[in-house]
Write a protein that binds this ligand. Structure first.
Ligand SMILES: *Cc1c(COP(=O)(O)O)cnc(C)c1O
Length: 395
């Protein structure tokens, strides 16, 4: 049996894999992956904004190897050093005072939602458990995280949803303000919306949310799962805005390819959860934390993030120079870029794959570019050339 037929027989069918079109990948190195036939692809999907240092970064591989030989798992009944070192690094490089570890983005948001509910009860009253999130947002697939996700298509078939979520219009401060009442405990948004189509927040919106939260004693929570860990050219995307959240969540790129999630909390928010309130068997696992420590060391090294910002400008300019009449908009922040077209985005992504470039299409019309942050100008040029060919072939 081949891998593809085994997949069809044994894996629950939740991913829209098409046997002819879906690659079977065997190996990765830096910005490249290789399929079963040895074809090489320039990978501008990066495992969905996970492989920010590229595939199999030597420092991450070394950290994993080294830790795996010493101690792989202990549970949180015991202390381990990689976990506290990672927490220390996150606190040093963000507004958080303390951190909670889990295993994914959805889980990090679940932790934030629980924290916000408890904060609401303690500070605003028994009924204060409503969280305002944004339309077009994405916060994960567990029941509370998917309810927080402001896209009806992800709710369909799973009703009743978790109670206590309301949805404002992203970048429309007024629409959030009108949803605040005595039952509200927090506002949760992505500083740059990812799965919803790559929409950066405006300065006015994020700063305005901070002000609203301060005035009404609400928690401001940022989901940095996709836009964090250097993706936009700052460690956290909110740094571009100079707006500090009370709570933020990370996952995706944090573990360099291993599954990890984290929630950072500052001030009073850091003391809301107490022993027995929340837990994760694997949370803060020494191997994933060792990998994450190696990731942070590389991303926070001198000149790494300014280079990402510079590459983001370079890439955005190149995409703006594309010759195709159906371009609606090029938008993004750093190396998180969306190209919206009036045309069949899925066909463009497929044509790019055939020419050796992996990109991903969201919502049928938005091409998402989330390359490894270690990409260079030549590789960006090569990608843009392929995208141009694919767009030209549409007409
Ligand atoms: C991917 C993503 C999540 C969910 O992360 P998982 O690890 O898949 O649970 C949550 N929020 C945002 C912004 C994401 O991009």
């Amino acid at each position: 049996m081949t891998v593809k037929s085994l997949e069809k027989q044994y894996i629950i069918n939740t991913y829209n894999r098409q046997p002819e079109a879906t690659l079977l990948l065997k190996r990765g190195e830096g910005v490249y992956v290789w399929d079963e036939s040895g074809n090489r692809y320039l990978d501008f999907v990066s495992g969905l904004a996970v492989n920010n240092l590229g595939h199999c970064h030597p420092a991450v591989v070394e950290a994993i190897n080294c830790q795996a030989q010493k101690l792989m798992h202990t549970s949180n009944l015991y202390y381990t050093e990689p976990q506290v070192r990672l927490a220390e690094a996150l606190v040093t490089h963000s507004s958080a005072n303390k951190v909670f570890f889990c295993n994914s983005g959805a889980e990090a948001n679940e932790a934030a939602i629980k924290l916000a509910r408890k904060f609401g009860k303690q500070n605003r009253g028994e009924g204060a458990y409503e969280i305002i999130t944004a339309e077009r947002s994405f916060h994960g697939r567990t029941l509370a995280a998917v309810t927080a996700t402001g896209q009806p298509k992800y709710h369909q078939g799973f009703e009743p949803m978790v109670s206590g979520f309301r949805y404002g219009k992203f970048n429309d401060l007024k629409s959030f303000e009108t949803l605040i009442n005595e039952n509200t405990c927090a506002i949760l948004v992505e500083p740059v919306q990812g799965e919803g189509g790559i929409y950066p927040a405006t300065q006015e919106f994020l700063a305005g949310l901070r002000k609203l939260c301060d005035e009404h004693k609400l928690l401001l929570m940022f989901d940095e799962v996709q836009c964090g860990v250097g993706r936009t050219g700052k460690f956290l995307a909110c740094e571009h805005y100079g707006v500090e959240p009370d709570v933020y969540t990370l996952a995706k790129a944090l573990g360099g390819g291993l599954p990890i999630g984290a929630m950072g909390a500052r001030g009073n928010a850091a003391d809301v959860l107490v022993p027995g309130d929340h837990a994760s068997t694997f949370g803060g696992n020494p191997v994933t934390c060792a990998a994450a420590n190696a990731v942070l060391q590389a991303i926070l090294a001198d000149q790494f993030l300014p280079r990402v910002e510079q590459l983001g400008h370079y890439f955005t300019e190149k995409l703006r120079e594309l010759d195709y009449p159906g371009i609606v908009e090029v938008r993004g922040l750093g190396l998180m870029i969306g190209l919206e077209i009036n045309g069949d985005g899925a066909a463009v992504a497929k044509a790019c794959q055939e020419k050796g470039l992996l990109i991903n299409c969201i919502g049928g019309k938005i091409l998402r570019f989330i390359p490894p942050l270690v990409v260079d100008e030549e590789q960006i040029d090569a990608a843009v050339t392929v995208v141009q060919q694919a767009l030209s072939a549409l007409n």
